[in-house]
Ligand binder design. Structure first.
Ligand code: PGA
Length: 251
């Protein structure tokens, strides 16, 4: 079912105590409020269990920002989808452009991660998006289409129905340069059309597609008012309740 979602991506910010404080502040700020969207926070791995037990996880979903591409075993330093699920986190952000660029995550690796996430009952928030040179060369539609095809189109329609997509133009991430509402809508509509061609209209219409990239309290309302923009994946503006709450309330 298509939902409005505002998801925070804390990236590698906040130590455990700071993260717990932020999560509890958000929990308190949302208490008693009727929201028009689901709220998710993506914390570092080591925060997951503590954060999940400190907040009302029916109101705020908890997400990891990555998972291993192997189920278990001798992979020193890795964290499996099963481990994440055991903390009561329900989501995992996969394919973020920072993981693709700095940690060389390929479409093939991401395909494995998606399968393991789904096998362990986690909802992937799968990120796609072009870099500036690709947009300037007018290749952005092709790039985004091939990212979806390469890591997700192996899924059955039933499994694809469990995926949340996040369109994050790389040139907009952390740069203060947001895509215009029209650019976001154009790409989201294109993604939905691509999904419809593969899985049919129903699956396409039921998929939540979030926008990410310098989304904040002042542009969220305009971005979210587009028919194909179902919410946001928020980095910098998710690091304080004062900035994050108005984005949630933009719905
Ligand atoms: P930003 O990050 O909101 O700081 O641009 C978004 C993201 O990378 O998910």
């Amino acid at each position: 079912m298509r939902k409005n979602i505002v998801a925070g991506n804390w990236k590698m910010n906040k130590n455990l105590q700071e993260g717990l404080t932020l999560a509890k502040e958000l929990d308190a700020a949302l208490k008693g409020k009727t929201l028009k969207c689901d709220v998710v926070i993506g914390t570092p791995f080591i925060h997951l269990a503590s954060v999940a037990s400190a907040i009302d996880t029916k109101k705020i979903g908890v997400a990891a920002q990555n998972c291993a591409d192997k189920a278990s075993g001798a992979y020193t330093g890795e964290v499996s989808a099963e481990m994440i699920a055991s903390t009561d986190a329900k989501y995992v952000i996969l394919g973020h452009s920072e993981r693709r660029a700095y940690y060389h995550e390929t479409p093939e690796i991401l395909k494995e991660k998606v399968l393991l996430a789904l096998a362990n009952g986690l909802t992937p928030i799968f990120c796609i998006g072009e870099v500036l040179a690709e947009r300037e060369a007018e290749k952005h539609f092709d790039v985004v289409k091939s990212q979806v095809e390469a890591s997700l189109f192996n899924l059955s329609a039933e499994d694809f129905g469990k995926i949340i997509l996040a369109y994050e133009p790389v040139w907009a991430i952390g740069t203060g340069k947001t895509a215009t509402a029209a650019q976001a809508q154009e790409m989201h509509a294109f993604i939905r059309k691509t999904l419809a061609a593969k899985y049919g209209e129903k699956v396409a219409n039921d998929t939540s597609i979030l926008y990410g990239g310098s989304a904040n309290a002042s542009n969220a309302k305009e971005l979210f008012s587009n028919p194909d923009v179902d919410g946001g994946l928020i980095g910098g503006a998710a690091l304080g309740v004062d900035k994050f709450l108005p984005i949630i309330e933009a719905f």
